[in-house]
Design a protein around this ligand. Structure first.
Ligand SMILES: [Fe+2]
Length: 403
């Protein structure tokens, strides 16, 4: 890269840094310090913790890699805001993040400003920045990932409050259009030898590569995601009471949780309501179904005579039929693929290599992106992953079937 091209790339990175950091702050606009302190379950972290942890990531992995790293803003934060990086050292217990009333939200925002100042210094010095550009980019992608988690977690926190607090006036989960849902139609794909995985150039996480060949039998993929109305028909047909529709683990989950509807659905006064980021709202039958786990997605697919797509089928379809409705920006779509390394996968070296690879056990892949995913954080090869029972993510269903 010549000097001019490098300067222009650095300016882009500095701009991206400012934009991404500002958006995290925008997400807490209108929220109180008490709102940002909540932790409703071990899986859902306080917003305050997300704001601190994303800052810790830059302080630890980027500034900490400088030949003369600046002094840490507060050495105690190294443990408090380390999520799961064993290579970095001790971690505060995940389930007890909500107990951290100190440092205060104000102190966390001050921490962000101090690290931002140090990062801006770095971003203004091309020679120092050059060996760290990939780590800065990773830090920005990491912060975007947490921006979605902030909304995911806030929704769960707020759902536990009988006052039904609203984050915003409009619910991103229920777009205004209330057009009647058309029956699901399917697109046919011939299959054969296909390439999947991140292509060269542009950012991708290490788990999206290497790009490699897979063999696909002919298959069909639904032209839209399953709607709330579609899922109501499953409930009305006794879907939650019929063990023959469920995987064994899924049926155990139904029985233990007394599951009878998706997370955030409530039935009162003979109508269904939905808890959203804009509070409690009447269920929009045309909106994409959201907050189902893998078990519910699989049972619905079986009931409907279809199945869930594999992640390779989903990616091949996204490459070749980008006009399919709702691939991105509605709900993450469960696949029936276990989250495993691609052939030839190599995690990054050092502690940052713990980002993805060590979670390749007991999780299933979701594809696409959701209404809570920040702009610019979606791509065909993106592999999201969660345990099969997870419902609190913005997760939905796109059906597939054999051709
Ligand atoms: Fe993280």
């Amino acid at each position: 890269m010549n000097t001019q091209a490098r300067q222009s790339a650095n300016t882009g990175l500095a701009f991206g840094y400012a934009q991404t950091r500002a958006y995290s702050f925008e997400l807490i606009r209108g929220l109180s310090a008490e709102d940002c302190q909540l932790q409703s379950m071990p899986d859902a972290s306080p917003l305050k913790w997300h704001l601190a942890h994303t800052t810790w990531f830059f302080e630890t992995f980027v500034l900490g890699a400088l030949p003369s790293p600046p002094d840490p803003v507060d050495p105690r934060y190294r443990v408090l805001f380390n999520s799961y990086y064993v290579g970095i050292g001790e971690r505060h217990l995940r389930a007890e993040r909500g107990l951290l009333s100190r440092p205060s939200l104000e102190e966390i925002l001050h921490y962000r400003k101090q690290v931002d100042h140090q990062m801006q210094e770095l971003l203004a010095h091309p020679a120092q920045l050059a060996p760290l550009t990939e780590l800065v980019t990773l830090g920005l992608q990491h912060e975007q990932q947490h921006q979605e988690l902030m909304l995911t977690d806030l929704k769960h926190h707020f759902s536990c409050n009988p006052l039904h607090p609203a984050w915003r006036d409009r619910a991103p989960e229920q777009p205004d259009e209330r057009a009647a849902t058309q029956p699901v139609t399917f697109r046919t794909f011939a299959g054969g030898l296909c390439d999947i995985g991140a292509p060269a150039g542009g950012f991708s996480y290490d788990n999206e590569g290497p790009r490699h060949r897979v063999w696909l039998e002919p298959f069909q993929l639904a032209e839209r995601n399953v709607s709330n109305g579609d899922f109501l028909a499953f409930i009305a047909d006794g879907g939650y009471q019929r063990p023959e529709l469920w995987l064994s683990d899924g049926w155990d989950w139904v029985c233990q949780d007394h599951a009878a509807c998706p997370l955030y659905w409530q039935h009162a006064d003979q109508q269904w309501q939905l808890f959203t980021l804009a509070g409690l709202q009447p269920l929009n039958h045309a909106a994409p179904l959201c907050h189902v786990n893998l078990y519910e997605a699989d049972a619905f697919a079986r009931w409907s005579g279809g199945r869930l797509p594999t992640e390779a089928e989903w990616e091949h379809a996204a490459q070749n039929a980008p006009d399919l409705a709702g691939l991105f920006g509605q709900v993450w779509q469960w696949t029936n693929s276990a989250y495993l390394p691609y052939p030839g996968y190599q995690p990054a070296s050092g502690a940052v290599g713990e980002y993805n690879g060590k979670f390749m056990i007991n999780q299933m892949v979701l594809r696409g992106s959701s209404c809570a995913t920040p702009a610019g954080h979606s791509r065909n090869s993106y592999r999201n992953f969660f345990p099969a029972a997870a419902q609190w993510q913005f997760s939905g269903i796109r059906l597939a079937r054999d051709s």
